[in-house]
Each structure stands twice: as C-alpha cells, then as structure tokens.
Design a protein around this ligand. Structure first.
Ligand SMILES: [Zn+2]
Length: 330
C-alpha cells in the first residue's frame, strides 16, 4: 500500500476520477490538500517507536528528521524504519544553531554537521532522503548554500504540536489546536520524539483523524515536495516498531501505541501528559511569573514542575540545576 488515501477513501478516489473525466485535461479536477506529519530529533526511543506504531495502525505516512546523534544511539531501529520506506531526513549531527555556527566557525563546520549526518547513516546502512531541517528553523543564505552543495532540499513547517513551548503554557488543547490549524493546500506539522514530548504521540491519532475528516491526503515530505511516491511497506514498518534499537540480533522490544489523551480536556496539562511531577522541596511560584522563566529555544533549561490543585503547573528554572538536567528543546 502506498498511501492511506488509496486504501481508506475509495469514495474520494471515485469522485476524483469522475472529476478528471469531465474536466478539461489542462485543469486539475480535484485539488488534493496534503498534510505531512514530521517528527524531529529522536531523543526518545519510546516515542520514536510510538510514532511509528500509530503510523502503522492508521497507515499514515510520516517523515522523521532525527539528529545524527539519535542515529548513533539507535542505529538498528532507524535502519528498520528507513528500510520500511519511512523517510529519514537530515537534522544535523549535534543540533546546533547553524546560523551561529556559520558566523563563528564558517562553512566547513556547517558542512560537517550536515555531511556528518549522511556519514553516520551510511556507516550504519540507514537509508536517508536528501532533505534537511535546520535545528530551531534557523537558516540563512550562507547555511542554505552549504546545504544545497550537498544536494539537500530545505523542509520547514507550517504547524506544530507546540511541544517545545514552555511546558505550563502548553496545555493539551492548545497543542491540538496548533497542530490542526492548518488549512492550506500543503500543511507540514512539526512534532518531536523526545523525552518530554509524550503529549505529542498521545495526541497524534486525534490529529490524524482531524486532517482525515477534512479531506487531507497524508504524504511524506519527498512526496509533498517532489511528488516522489512513498513506498512505505506497512508490514515492514510494523516490524520496525519493535525492532531492536542497537544490534540487529538483539532482543526485540515490544511497543504498544500510546494511550490517547482527550484533547478537549482543558485541565489536562503538558506536565501531566509527560508524567512530570514536582519536587516539593522547592518553594512555589505564582503562575503569573512564568513569563519570567528564561525559556528560549536552545537556551534553556531546566525545570522543576509542580502541578497545582487546579491542574495548572508551576515551573522553576534554576541556574544551578541547568548544568545537571538540561533539556534540549526543538
Ligand atoms: Zn530539532
């Protein structure tokens, strides 16, 4: 099966066919709206597996943008995913801000980040596709030139699961609404498969259902950008869900789909979805002061989270803890 559309919406296809027969050949009879669901970083083995598990269960094409570090940590898992035809694209080796890297260390350093990803994939026989997504979405003409010289096509996003936002502001309903706000002909949704993004995989099935109900076709990034048909082998993808992470001969790790969460529940917090609990030893801080917490992409942070009685959470960021428990975001 190549795409979910072909298997799940036969009526839609018939309508498209009739439209094609009665419309002038030069005019597209039906404008198919496309959505690409993409998942970055790959710092959580569990969430990588769960994203694949939902893709398999719903036969929804997805695309990954892992770091080279993730390829190194879970080489056999990524190989199984790539061998199944799920696209794996370039998100650099170490997730630096490439604009800063270029400014500080020049083009060779940026090239090393992008080429390094390709090299790690090659040495582990992980199939990758020639697309790149700059960490934090940071790119400029200089960085672009380097990527182009490696034959890489830029892939950004139009929507997000909001899973890099400050945790307490990011209630489930907000994330769902941001992920499904896309109305264009080509929507790209960004999510993450990192330790603190359990909420994203738990919302995934609902987000898929939302786009499906609105007539969107689910595509991979290569399919959306260049019309390259996806060749996802769902039987192989199903095996990839529980493929050993490291050695091809290692023990298989069974993985189930994550328990869906109710995206209409306004009391359910990001912290709850991610199983984060407070450290009661720390003093509480008013919710209104959260804006002062120095969150920022690639800069922060660490946090203690306390869940208040009303379901809101309180975040603490302390410099002495930042070195010990940093959480890379985005
Ligand atoms: Zn990233």
């Amino acid at each position: 099966m190549k795409s979910r559309l072909h298997t799940l919406r036969p009526i839609f296809l018939v309508a498209a066919l009739i439209g094609a027969l009665i419309a002038p050949a030069s005019v597209s009879a039906v404008t198919v709206k496309q959505v690409a669901l993409t998942f970055d970083d790959g710092d959580s083995e569990l969430h990588i597996r769960q994203a694949v598990a939902i893709a398999v269960a719903t036969q929804t094409p997805i695309t990954f943008f892992p770091t080279g570090k993730s390829l190194r940590r879970f080489p056999n898992l990524w190989k199984a995913i790539g061998d199944a035809g799920i696209p794996i694209a370039n998100h650099t080796v170490n997730h630096p801000n490439l604009n800063d890297r270029y400014a500080l260390k020049g083009s060779a350093n940026v090239r090393a980040e992008l080429q390094g990803f390709i090299n790690i994939a090659r040495s582990n026989n992980i199939p990758v596709v020639p697309y790149w997504r700059p960490p934090g979405g940071a790119w400029n003409a200089n960085v672009m030139r380097v990527a182009k010289s490696l034959g890489l096509t830029l892939s950004l996003w139009t929507n997000t699961f909001a899973d890099t936002a400050p945790m307490c502001k990011n209630r489930t309903i907000v994330a769902y609404n941001k992920a499904t706000a896309g109305t264009g002909a080509k929507v790209v949704v960004l999510g993450h498969v990192n330790p603190y993004t359990a909420q994203t995989v738990k919302l995934l099935a609902a987000v898929i259902a939302n786009y499906d109900a609105r007539g969107y076709e689910f595509v991979t990034i290569p399919e959306m950008v260049k019309g390259t048909p996806n060749n996802i082998d769902w039987a192989k993808a199903a095996l990839a869900v529980s493929a050993p992470a490291i050695s091809p001969t290692g023990a298989r790790v069974p993985t189930s789909v994550p328990t869906p969460i109710d995206h209409t529940n306004t009391k359910y917090t990001f912290a709850q979805a991610n199983g984060i609990t407070c450290r009661s030893a720390l003093p509480t801080q008013p919710f209104s002061q959260l804006n002062d917490v120095p969150f920022g992409i690639h800069r922060v942070a660490v946090v203690h989270v306390a869940i208040r009685g009303d379901g809101a959470c309180v975040v603490y960021a302390t410099t002495e803890l930042c070195n010990r428990r940093t959480r890379r975001i985005n």
